[in-house]
Write a protein that binds this ligand. Structure first.
Ligand code: SAM
Length: 274
């Protein structure tokens, strides 16, 4: 019998969201890999499952856990991977294990369920047809500037994870770079007692968040609606980031034109004045 690695989604707050198929997979697994054995242990207890074995596989141990997990898959075992909450691999461990299992020709499957990003998106009221997920923004430096510049020109709805103590600063930066009037939604404490969807402009949400935010949050940001509305300052910001990253003037212009759809002549003239 072939072993299978199954990624199982678990609740992001409300324990009632653990699916019957998830319970079945957890109960039938030879090994459950999880970020925190105590946390997953209490989830299993809640549904009356006694796991055959729990093993800690978190962001620090995922890489070193790979050889042992591959050996056990080769021996035909059924291995489940869960994270603390939601879907493994989504801003959580999983990607490296999945990639290693696939490279070693093992079967990989998933039992779908909660993902905070998707719940926030679908209830946000912002366009859901096309969206991008950015995970957590870099905390500082050029990587953060580049991500924010990309969001400023992004036409699709953008979904971000953020910690409650950084959300005010992030919203302030986004309001400054994407335009204070860009619509956005903070989805807070999804599926929990104090679930809240706070809708407004980036500037309004930044002001609200400055008073302190409690609980887990997802930010959903409207796409840039009309390229013509992109301010010169926003194009200049993107040009500066590209130039600071080592791009020649011509490459920076091409990149900004490709990202934003703005007229090449306009971007070129802005680049000349940088
Ligand atoms: N794997 C998870 C998923 O599928 O959504 C995400 C894990 S990531 C480490 C944790 C982040 O997800 C939090 O900082 C927050 O941005 C978001 N999150 C998780 N649960 C949430 C909830 N109940 N309400 C709002 N955001 C949540």
């Amino acid at each position: 019998m072939n072993g299978t690695l199954t990624l199982v989604a678990t609740p992001i707050g409300n324990l009632g969201d653990l699916s019957p198929r998830a319970v079945e997979a957890l109960a039938g697994a030879d090994l459950v890999c999880c970020e925190d054995t105590r946390r997953t242990g209490s989830l299993l207890k809640h549904v009356g499952v006694r796991a055959a074995e729990l093993k800690r596989v978190d962001e620090h141990t995922e890489f070193e856990a790979i050889p042992a997990v591959l050996d056990r898959l080769s021996a035909g075992e059924q291995i489940v991977l869960v994270s603390d909450a939601g879907t493994p691999g989504v801003s959580d461990p999983g990607e490296r294990l999945v990639s290693a299992a696939i490279s070693a020709d093992h079967e990989v499957t998933t039992i779908p369920g909660p993902v905070a990003a998707i719940s926030a998106l679908v209830a946000s009221g912002l366009p859901t047809g096309r969206f991008v997920f950015e995970g957590f923004l870099a905390r500082k430096g050029r990587a953060r500037d580049e991500q924010v510049a990309a969001i400023a020109g992004e036409r699709r709805t953008v979904v971000l994870y953020e910690s409650p103590n950084r959300v005010a600063a992030t919203l302030m930066l986004l309001a400054e770079r994407c335009g204070a009037d860009r619509r956005a939604v903070i989805a807070r404490e999804l599926t929990k007692l104090h679930e809240e969807f706070r809708r407004g402009t980036l500037a309004e949400l930044a002001t609200w968040a400055a008073g302190g935010v409690k609980g887990e949050v997802v930010l959903v940001i409207d796409g840039a609606t009309d390229v013509a509305e992109l301010e010169d300052a926003q194009l200049v910001e993107r040009l500066s980031v590209a130039r600071a990253g080592g791009a020649s003037r011509r490459d920076a212009v091409d990149a900004v034109v490709a990202e934003t759809g703005a007229k090449k002549r306009r971007v070129y003239e802005l680049a000349l004045n940088l």
